[in-house]
Each structure stands twice: as structure tokens, then as C-alpha cells.
Design a binder for this molecule. Structure first.
Ligand code: MG
Length: 308
């Protein structure tokens, strides 16, 4: 292990040195929240949206104006992203659904039931280039009052796909201890999904799995072990232009190569739940870490998430 000249990174592989900048430092953009999740960059508004789950609100940060409340109550929104048209897609714990915020501000419920039952607590979401929406539905948000309120589960955890043409919701994989963050490889032939483990299990599955995406983009196969994240466990992550996976962990953000090897870490003083790339060139990491938001400029770009 070598320390990178930048004091906030640790390098285990020469490839990592090309992804980070020697003269970029970790910045704490805002703090004083409770438990943050779901960072998503809106370049057209030059701002970051993120969720404070226990405070039941979606917040907005910009360099010019600092932090303001964007949506409250947010129905305990967790993971979020933009669709190909740039609209905000949110996962909600307490209302157990997935919503889309239209350009006029109205809200459309995209999914609240599947397989004949109510969803559990949608956790994280991404949108494929074909417009299909993929989201994880573990039980975490139903288990306590802090992140949404105790409710009964009606079905097991699963990973779902919403069809872009007819809006139908189909399970893509159901053999999960707790599906969580997810991201496609740059060519979308692979889907990485974090499995964060069943609460209370003595030997929870806590690792990232990798699935093959079928040619038509409507089915998954495989689902093998990809990599374990320690310390902590895998929650949210994003993929950069080279296919590297940047994953939140207890000690910061771990950068994994497409072959699974740990290239290096961004050291963050608090547990990172989720992250995104953003800013003008999509080369700035925004990290939700416990009760604070951090950022770090990198020498790699995140994959674009919209067509606008
Ligand atoms: Mg999550």
C-alpha cells in the first residue's frame, strides 16, 4: 500500500494513481443532518439533490446558495436518480413506492405493487439507456421508525425492472438477502448489485454480485459473487467511464477495477452510504457520508445518466 500525495486517498494499485488528482482534497460541503442517501447531480441547475431519510426531506445543495429544502415531506426518500429525460426518480420507504417528478412538478407513482403485493421499501434505482428503470426492494425501510416507520412486509426482497413502453414491473432476481445499490457496466452488458445482508442474520450475505444482462435488456443471468467490501458493507455505488466501481464503505469509498481488484480508497471520516459523479465534467465525486456531504474532484468521469 502506498499513500497518494493527496492526503485523502490510499492507493493499492498503480491504476488508481491515474484516476485521482494529487492536488485535489476532500471537501465537506454541508453537515448537521441525520443519515444521508441518494445523491444525484442536476447540471442544468448546477446543484446536487440528496435525501436526509430520518428528517423525511429531499435537500438541495449548490455552491452559490448552500443547502435548502427541496421536498418535505419526502416520504422518507432513499436512493434516487434521473431518467433519460432528466426527471427525478425517487425510492420511498414510508409510501413503499417509486415516483417520478414531472417537469411541471407533479408526481407520478411508477411502482407501488409487484407480484400481486405491496412493495417493501424501494432502496436504490438506476435508469438504463433504453429508458427501463431498475430498482432494489429490500425490507430495510420497514424494520424501524427511524427511516420510515415499522410496517409489515408482504413479500420477499427482489430486484425489479419497469418497462419503458408499457410500465409493467417484472422481478429480475429474487434470491437476495437484501438488494441495495446497483449500476450497469459502461456497455450495459453487466449489472452490479450490492447485497447488504439480512438484518439479524448471523451470516449475512454482504458483497457485490454481478449479473449478465440479456441482449434485449429484459433478463438477467448469473449473479455471482463479484467482490466483498470491508470495512463495512456495500450500499450505493457508481461506475466510471473505464468501468471502475466506486463503492461506499465504512472507511470511505473503495474503487474496484472491472476485474474486482481493489485499486484504492478515498478516505472519508464517516461511513459513506451512497455517491454520484457530477459537476461540469462529471468528474467530481459527491458522497453522502452519515450526516454530511463530501466531494472530491477526480481524474475520471462518471457514466452519464441522462440524454439531455
Ligand atoms: Mg442503499
Amino acid at each position: 500500500m502506498t499513500s497518494h500525495p493527496s492526503s485523502c486517498t490510499e492507493s493499492y494499485d498503480q491504476r488508481f494513481e491515474e484516476l485521482v488528482l494529487f492536488n485535489a482534497e476532500l471537501e465537506c460541503l454541508a453537515s448537521g443532518f441525520r443519515w444521508l442517501e441518494g445523491p444525484v447531480w442536476f447540471g442544468d441547475h448546477n446543484c446536487l439533490l440528496f435525501n436526509d431519510i430520518p428528517n423525511n426531506s429531499t435537500l438541495r445543495w449548490s455552491a452559490q446558495h448552500g443547502v435548502s429544502t427541496f421536498i418535505s415531506p419526502s416520504n422518507y426518500a432513499n436512493g434516487q436518480t434521473r431518467d433519460r429525460q432528466g426527471r427525478l426518480i425517487q425510492c420511498h420507504h414510508s409510501s413503499r413506492c417509486l415516483t417520478r417528478r414531472e417537469l411541471d412538478g407533479s408526481v407520478t407513482v411508477l411502482a407501488s405493487r409487484a407480484r400481486g403485493h405491496r412493495l417493501n421499501s424501494p432502496n436504490d434505482v438506476i435508469v438504463k439507456q433504453d429508458g427501463s428503470i431498475w430498482f432494489s426492494d429490500p425490507l430495510y425501510g420497514l424494520l424501524g421508525d427511524y427511516e420510515g416507520g415499522r410496517q409489515e412486509s408482504e413479500q420477499g426482497p427482489a430486484l425489479y425492472r419497469i418497462d419503458p413502453l408499457d410500465g409493467s414491473i417484472e422481478p429480475m432476481a429474487t434470491d437476495f438477502d437484501g438488494p441495495n445499490g446497483l449500476a450497469f457496466s459502461p456497455d450495459e452488458s453487466l449489472l452490479y448489485v450490492a447485497e447488504s445482508g439480512a438484518p439479524g442474520s448471523s451470516k449475512p450475505h454482504q458483497y457485490i454480485r454481478v449479473f449478465k444482462v440479456s441482449e434485449d435488456g429484459k433478463k438477467l443471468s448469473g449473479g455471482e459473487f463479484f467482490q466483498k467490501i470491508t470495512s463495512g458493507w456495500a450500499d450505493g455505488f457508481r461506475v466510471d467511464e473505464h468501468g471502475n466501481i466506486w463503492c461506499g464503505a465504512a472507511d470511505g469509498v473503495h474503487c474496484l477495477a472491472p476485474d474486482g481488484s481493489l485499486l484504492g480508497k478515498v478516505l472519508v471520516p464517516k461511513q459513506v452510504s451512497n455517491l454520484c459523479f457530477g459537476d461540469r465534467h462529471n468528474c467530481r465525486l459527491f458522497m453522502c457520508a452519515s450526516n454530511a456531504v463530501y466531494s472530491l474532484f477526480t481524474n475520471t468521469r462518471g457514466l452519464p445518466t441522462t440524454d439531455i
